[in-house]
Design a protein around this ligand. Sequence first.
Ligand code: GCW
Length: 678
Amino acid sequence: AEDGYELWLRYHPLAAQQAQYDRSRASQLVADAATPTRAAARAELLRGLRGLLGAAPPLSDTVTRSGAIIAGTTASSPLIAELHLDTSKLGKEGYVIRSVTLHGHAAIAIVGNDDIGVLYGSFHFLRLLQTGQPLDHLAITEVPRVKLRVLDHWDNLNGSVERGYAGTSIWDWWKLPDWVSPRYTDYARANASIGINGVVLNNVNADALILTPAYLQKAAALAAVFRPYGIHVYLSVRFSAPIEIGGLKTADPLDPEVQRWWRQKTDEIYKLMPDFGGFLVKANSEGQPGPQDYKRTHADGANLFADVLAPHGGVVMWRAFVYSQSSADDRAKQAYSEFKPLDGRFHANVLLQVKNGPIDFQPREPFSPLFGAMPKTPLMMEFQITKEYLGFATHLVYLGPLYEEVLSSDTMAQGKGSTVATVIDGSLDGHALSGMAGIANIGTDRDWCGSDFNQANWYVFGRLAWNPALSTRAIAEEWIRMTFSNDEAFVKPVVDMMMGSREAAVDYMTPLGLAHLMGPGHHYGPAPWDTSLPRADWRPPYYHRADHQGIGFDRTRTGSDAADQYAPPIAASFNDVKQTPETLLLWFHHVPWDYRMRSGHTLWYELVAHYTQGVTDVKRMRETWQHLDGYIDADRYRKTAAFLSIQEREAQWWRDACIAYFQQMSGLPLPPGFAPPQ
Ligand code: GCW
């Protein structure tokens, strides 16, 4: 059965004509397996070519016929050395793929400066075949723009996954380290194929037990699987671990005993995993312990870890996701208020990990005002891949456009062109350390991600972490070709469907800058009326503020003044209701129901129209898919069809519930001509 297990690394036979073309350009393979990473690269090439072309090309020590593929490094391969390629600018992870002539034969060289570049280049080469690209005159040079490209797993030690919708954790802690599931290797292959080079194994709401010897052994067993694939293991640590598992009375970061404890713990970790990446820390956020429990700052806390990791080359990824119920301040302002004053106080190996928006992974938020505001600190992007606020597993929402919208936003921090992408790739402020993290959507489901289309979100995250300037439309197309089919009649409509899917979700859930209308706690489905949770900032009405007069959160100078956290030109437009993009209108402004939108319609009318549009769009998506029956296997076809029906029904639920609720507030009749979509 086609269960989606292979992800985009589906090496099924290519169409006859293309296979014939590719065979003549992949007629023998010259690649050694002298190191684990080069062995992995060679195995992948053999596996991929065997699957795609029907048979693997013969291995050879040298080039004896035209169409040879040569993979390796200048240092490892005398043949490659003969090419005199300048690989010095490739760093550890970059690679070139070149059409060359060797010993009189046309050949393709896949060359890294280091082994991992060879592996990345091999995956790229296979992608060319999978997506039906020409293989002549190749002159590809790739170097990652972001240094740390990391998946954060919110996996708990009991096997559950916080905000996971694809089964339970793939880490089988009970059987590790003795039983190492082959699935871990497939996981590593998938990550390496898109350039992901780090994995945080456990939830940021961390259990101190992860740092006990038994769990460190388990983590080390995973690290051993990942090592050949260039993937470093990181751990989320609980700030109070010295008390909980160390027997100390305090976790004060300035206490010498505490510092000694962390130093010893860190040394112990590096004995087991010499290439360990470092720690991820959620501190003083949503009830987690942290330095403020001891009247210390976030910088004191982060630097504690920085100092013990530095001798080993490790980093601290300190999260900026903080907000407190005791604060009277707008939740959207709190991260900036706490962290901006600390710029320059973090040690060199600390990255501040910032969620893309100021609140929490909503279908649409403005970019976080921290981007561009802390030039002395490397800021790392935190995106959510798992769809906590976007319909969990079943709703088809391709997140590429969301990521692209954030990365291409101009912070104006240093004038025009200071995009979020230039902040996080380190180029704006000249940081060598840079990173992008994605909250994984991976679990034990056979298809890994809870649906076939959710795999695209893992994929696009990795591709953008490698190069934040890539087009997410191009990435969608590449993913479709690898995952489903190269048939244009399939590819084109599916690209369009994916590209429109995020705006559809915004429309049927939270249009015009609304946020957090989801059921509190679980975050599935609409509940803009729900006041059941104890904290004001956990209840939907806090965010939409709808009343008889109007709707929206005034974040201008007459309100919470969050708009002024942005650089002056951006702040000026967010402060001005006329200049604020209508997509963010209600994020920044409380406006009357009869406010005139650019279309000439009232806000009330337009709100209803957006909800309706969202439902119509999903209906179109379902119909698009209906026309594609027969292009792919029945198993995956039917699953997507069923999920799209669920999504359509639930889009309608969202629309009806939200309109009914907001109508109670507005007291206005439904717009003339309003009718449920057909
Ligand atoms: O989005 C919220 C989630 C929490 C999560 C938290 C965070 C891991 O609802 O489940 O906790 O953010 O990012 O720390």
